[in-house]
Design a protein around this ligand. Sequence first.
Ligand code: WTA
Length: 653
Amino acid sequence: MSEHKVYKLSPVEVSEAWKDRAFIDNETYLKLYAESIEDPDTFWGREAQRIDWIKPFTRVKNTTFAYPDVSIKWFEDGTLNVSANCVDRHLATRGDQTAIIWEPDDPETPAQYITYRELHENVCRLANVLKANGVKRGDRVTIYLPMIPAAAYAMLACARIGAIHSIVFGGFSPDSLAGRVDDCKSAVIITADEGRRGGRSVPLKANADAAANKSGHVEKILVVRHTGGDVPFDPSRDVWLDEAMAAVDADCRPEEMNAEDPLFILYTSGSTGAPKGVVHCTGGYLVYASMTHQHVFDYHEGDVYWCTADVGWVTGHSYIVYGPLANGAISLMFEGVPNYPDASRFWQVVDKHNVNIFYTAPTAIRALMGAGEEYVKTTSRKSLRLLGSVGEPINPEAWEWYYHVIGEMRCPIVDTWWQTETGGILITPLPGATTLKPGSATRPFFGVQPALVDADGKTIEGEGAGNLVILDAWPSMMRTVYGDHKRFVDTYFSAYKGKYFTGDGCRRDADDFYWITGRVDDVINVSGHRMGTAEVESALVAHPKVSEAAAVGFPHDIKGQGIYCYVTLMSGEHEMDALKKELRDWVRNEIGPIAAPDHIQFAPGLPKTRSGKIMRRILRKIAEDEFGNLGDTSTLADPSVVDHLIENRQNRQ
Ligand code: WTA
């Protein structure tokens, strides 16, 4: 990582080729941006025409960030259906065009090409199966699927009948799945027999069974036959989707939904407590996902676009399914992982399907960079035109490698900053308009007003660094935390009253470009996946031998951040390496593999203030192996615990 050395790359100007090709040049950006801020009603009223409305809206923006009366409404009296927008409206013009290219985990298995017409039939049939199993408008449906086309069918089928989907990433454990099912009281889970990743199978149906047994809500499990593996099946509760879909009608009328009706819930980690159900709604979300997909990636008709995210994360929602399909795009969906069968897989897939636009996470770039250039050089990548990055700050080394080795200096890199809560990309270059500064997410998208505040909430003007806030609403922002509006208001609008607090630190340079520096709260970003320290800690203390635990992040070469845990054992328990492994496996089982701690340090005592608050700052420094500068420790109840922690630190460099 680059923390310890100054490493600055030169800006990359917009090339002549891009000036000719792109929808938006710099002048247009500046003009439209100004309009979007000064007259949002005109700007968004016009932009909203990019999607089809059943009943047109008469009011564009009705929002307030005023604490505690935060309320966000866009296009509030308009009606539409998201599935009709992503599927039906393309049938007349591009019914036989590919909507989804599916590339399987195993390169020997044939790829699938699903046309918009086939997408329509599958979505309709799945929607009819949901109805036949009692799902009604407003009901919550949990989707726990691998990266297969059925995941898109399931999302769009829910949207078609007005059900609210909640996708749970296939890497989450049965307990995590059950927690999310219970929180939104979902009676139906859609899963598959098994998933496949990197040649290994993932026991999705078995996990769904375990979650259903734990939860009190599950009445039906709809199962996609994917690997054909032999899995448990309870005919009184379980339904094979292929059989059920064959038995229902191939058409299903889309429900007329209000712009502000919920489209989906997506659980994400925060500083405290259990994951929150982030609620996104129908109209504003689709307008913004569609617009950003077109302009950030400069998507032109016929381009092959590939976002490598999983549909279990927000990136997969907005930029594999909703944004691209709303635009009638060709969206590639990849079941596998970057390094299987070897580290050239991504580039082989690019060549195989002539991918023009490629969007991935810095962690993948760093991992492939580590594997070596020879895996890249065996591929052509000539089809590539644009590269994207998302999920965490991209370090200059990774940026440079991506730009030079992957894109051969031909492809601009769009470093897109956004969050589950924001629904779509908020800060990003536009390829025909923005000078690229490696490591900077650059400038706000239309309608987005970033600002920096200091710890006291005072606004920082001009060049400087602080906490990143957003001053006014944009169409795709979350509307509430499912079932807990107060938590929504308190989490995002109470730290700096009247402003949306992102949880990120940020620097603004003399050109008004933004440089995201990472989370300033207790969220760890592991390989671009958000993990709350509180979640890891509560998993650890649930172990019978653990009395207390503290988890912090530390810089990790590949993952961006790793998880470092300090564990105090129950008296009488012995600090053994075998127990460390047991605890690691325990967290893996409780939450999922992405939460497995990289380091566990046994600590007879944790550094606490006299009022009993754990001083995480100190724990972070020791985890970073930066204990020379611990700052003020005079408020500690027992300063001697720090020496013991330093002596026994695990991450020695
Ligand atoms: C981080 C993912 C720097 C940030 C879309 C944010 C980034 C969190 C970038 C949200 C970027 C995302 N540069 N940091 N381009 N993109 N982040 O909810 O800390 O999974 O708050 O959404 O990822 O993660 P989430």
